[in-house]
Write a protein that binds this ligand. Sequence first.
Ligand SMILES: *Cc1c(COP(=O)(O)O)cnc(C)c1O
Length: 230
Amino acid sequence: MTAGARDIAANLAAVRAQLADAAVGAGRDPSVVRLVAVSKMHPADAVRAAYDAGQRDFGENYVQEFAAKADALADLADLRWHFIGHLQTNKARDVVGRASWVHGVDSERLLRELDKRAAAAGRALDVLLQVNVAGEAQKSGCAVEEVPALVTVARELTALSLRGLMTVPPLVDDAEASRPWFEALRSLRDAHGGAAALPELSMGMSHDLGVAVACGATMVRVGTAIFGAR
Ligand SMILES: *Cc1c(COP(=O)(O)O)cnc(C)c1O
C-alpha cells in the first residue's frame, strides 16, 4: 500500500541518510549520488508528497502510466523524470517528450529512434545503456559483448547524450549478492573511457543501495523504501 505523505517524507529522510552513510563509508562525496524515487504503481499524489519533501528525480517503468502521471504533475516544472523500464521503439516518442533521462537503452534501434525523436522535439536527452551483466535469460539489457558497438553508435548521435551504464542484477534478498554485478558494471565502464567518458552508474534499489554506493553508483533507483509496497 502506498505510504501517506508524512511517511513518505520520513522514508525519504531515512533513505537519504542511508545513502550519505554509505558514501562516507566508501570515502565518496555523498552529493554525487543521485536518488531517483521510483513511483511506479503509486499515485501522482505520492509523487507530489515526495516533491514537497524536496525530492526532484523520479523514475517510472510503464509508458502509459508514466505519461498520465507526468501530465498530471506538469505544474512541477523542476521535477525530472527518469524512464527506467523496458522501452519499445514505437513508444519512444511518448517518453522523449516527458523524460530527461532514459535508463534502459539496450539496442542500436532504440538509440537511433530516441535520437531522432529528441532531435524532432528539440530536446536534449540523457541516456544510459542497460547491461544484463549476469546474462540472465528474459532480462532486459544488452549483453556485455554488445557494449562496445552500442557505445560507438551512441557517440555518433547528436541529440542524445550517452551518460553511463545501468544494470538490474539478479533479484535476491541478500544485498551482498549484488556486489559482483555492480563491480562488473563499474569495470565495464572503466573499460570504456572511465568516469570521464561515462560518468553515471545507475545501480542499486531499496534492498542493495548501500552496496551499490560502495561500488560507485551515481544514481540509485529506490521505490519500496520510499513509497511502500506495490
Ligand atoms: C521497480 C524498480 C526499481 C525500484 O525497486 P524497489 O525494490 O522498489 O526499490 C528500481 N529499478 C528498476 C529498473 C525497477 O523496475
